[in-house]
Design a binder for this molecule. Sequence first.
Ligand SMILES: *[C@@H]1O[C@H](CO)[C@@H](O)[C@H](O)[C@H]1NC(C)=O
Ligand SMILES: *[C@@H]1O[C@H](CO)[C@@H](O)[C@H](O)[C@H]1NC(C)=O
Ligand SMILES: *[C@@H]1O[C@H](CO)[C@@H](O)[C@H](O)[C@H]1NC(C)=O
Ligand SMILES: *[C@@H]1O[C@H](CO)[C@@H](O)[C@H](O)[C@H]1NC(C)=O
Ligand SMILES: *[C@@H]1O[C@H](CO)[C@@H](O)[C@H](O)[C@H]1NC(C)=O
Ligand SMILES: *[C@@H]1O[C@H](CO)[C@@H](O)[C@H](O)[C@H]1NC(C)=O
Ligand SMILES: *[C@@H]1O[C@H](CO)[C@@H](O)[C@H](O)[C@H]1NC(C)=O
Length: 560
Amino acid sequence: MVSLILLLPILTILSFFAVFPEPAHALWPQPRNLQTGPSTLRLSPSFTITVGVPNPPADLLAAAQRTRALLFNDKLGRLVLGRGTGDLKAVSSARVLSHLTLKLDGNVTTTTARPISVEAKLPFGQRDEGYRLIVPEDGSAAVLSANSTLGLFRGLTTFGQLWYTVSGTVYTLGAPVEIQDSPAYPYRGFMLDTARNYFPVSDIERTLDAMSWVHINTLHWHIVDSQSFPLVVPGFTDIAQKGAYSADAVYTPQDVANIVSYAGARGIDVLIEIDTPGHTSVISKAHPEHIACAEAKPWSTYANEPPAGQLRLASSATTNFTVGLLSAVAKLFPSPLFSTGGDEINARCYHDDAQTQNDLAGRSVEQALDVFTQATHGALKKLGKTPVVWEEMILNFNLTLSNDTIALVWISSSDAAAVASKGFRVIHAGSNSFYLDCGAGGWVGDFPAGNSWCEPYKTWQNAYTFDPLANLTTAQAPLVLGGQQLLWTEQSGPQNLDSIAWPRAAASAEVFWSGSGGNVSAALPRLHELGYRLRQRGVHAISLQPEWCALRPFACDLTA
Ligand SMILES: *[C@@H]1O[C@H](CO)[C@@H](O)[C@H](O)[C@H]1NC(C)=O
Ligand SMILES: *[C@@H]1O[C@H](CO)[C@@H](O)[C@H](O)[C@H]1NC(C)=O
Ligand SMILES: *[C@@H]1O[C@H](CO)[C@@H](O)[C@H](O)[C@H]1NC(C)=O
Ligand SMILES: *[C@@H]1O[C@H](CO)[C@@H](O)[C@H](O)[C@H]1NC(C)=O
Ligand SMILES: *[C@@H]1O[C@H](CO)[C@@H](O)[C@H](O)[C@H]1NC(C)=O
Ligand SMILES: *[C@@H]1O[C@H](CO)[C@@H](O)[C@H](O)[C@H]1NC(C)=O
Ligand SMILES: *[C@@H]1O[C@H](CO)[C@@H](O)[C@H](O)[C@H]1NC(C)=O
């Protein structure tokens, strides 16, 4: 109690047109420019959002409606002792906000307002996520403006985080609020593996909602792997028929279209990955002719996880098959990006496969991989896709890759410097900071002493203190597109999706939106607010501390 009494006056002084908000402003990620004032503002029960855009796209209108609904449905009590009852006096005499108006800047004609879903899939240089939000303190209309519907969407998300509820009244503190915001990095992702365990469409959609609430703009969907192939690919339906866990555990083209559209309407692009040539064992169920060392034993000799099996990369028939498969998948996903994977290629698998040795005809595996990759990437480029690969394709093999290829740096973030020195663009996905699965003990059976390979558990603080530009030169810095946290699902399923991902996955969302260098002590009260708000919205985010601490910002800091 004593520390709270001491803290409050200090915070109030700091919040008066301060660059950083008082913790009561539950904004996540932190806007890059934020000014707040001293006033309380109530939201009118008949509050309206006017989309002042000629011929407004349907997804923008829907986003405005969802935002309005959340304002009244969140019912989030402020994270202080009394959960906001101490604000009642100020709330009762506060001015009332009745209107938010959305505007597009520039010369907007009836044809220039593109849907959010279209803006979200533009190439990085053309995507404009910036917005400006002004909430006056006198109750006159708030104004949200941007150059694109995507920017308006990001601004709506931020607007929705300004509000608390006490005794049925929705209110904010710190008016007037003025925000000018845009992301530090163009790529902010979340990766989900739906092959080790299957996730119903509704789980993916709930995850997309949570992602959109923290301005994450890419779902990296690791949809298939050696264990299962849930994607029903037109022309290749036998793979899912024989390779999904069950007839129900599949994603049909209609499911994919629904997910892509749900994501797009929330400013999220879906980057699909079909990992090749490794991580493909299950394809052998429908096409044994294309898979080397299928389910060979012991698995650990031929793969990093059971079951073993890799595409016969030296075979022209397998190359043609893979080109056909990837092209068919590419047509299901409108993203400008497509990942062909390329991690953990096992040399022994090809060494022991008589057919591959025959197909190699004296060539090295690296030479065959080059031919194979040029074929798959060439086909994808013809479909307008930019290839994305795991870092080994750049660092372990000397391949002919087009210079716009993007590398996912996963083994260690310190490999980013080597990727950048070869001139390739980088997405940070390092197991050392961003793997959400680490630290849960080993999952391999008959190995009681086993640990996860990437011990320990990666805390939100680990991700939050990540420096995307560490060890890069100033000239290399623009090669960093951004980064993401990743959920490999050997030990996850729908049961723990929310709890293993949230609120942790918000840590990288802030690093890559607001920029690095954030202060974990200052961030924690805001992250608590986000966690509590996620729960109010039906996402089962875990607690980061006892509620005693959440209600007393900084009181549980190490030296408090
Ligand atoms: C706005 O754009 C339209 C067509 O793109 C053009 O005809 C008009 O002159 C422009 N108006 C202004 C004020 O620039
Ligand atoms: C709109 O674009 C202009 C020109 O690129 C830029 O200066 C401005 O900051 C953008 N507006 C917002 C709200 O991001
Ligand atoms: C190449 O693959 C396509 C299916 O994508 C198939 O129709 C065609 O017969 C294959 N050609 C060869 C030479 O294997
Ligand atoms: C990589 O391959 C190219 C030809 O494809 C060759 O010129 C170059 O020397 C190779 N580099 C290394 C490090 O092997
Ligand atoms: C790739 O090379 C072309 C031609 O040299 C250049 O114009 C382009 O900017 C490069 N792209 C990237 C991403 O480096
Ligand atoms: C930076 O380089 C140092 C020295 O090689 C290394 O120890 C460290 O892990 C690197 N850090 C990152 C984030 O790359
Ligand atoms: C981090 O934030 C805390 C809480 O606001 C503050 O006391 C501390 O001085 C900050 N540390 C740095 C290095 O800015």
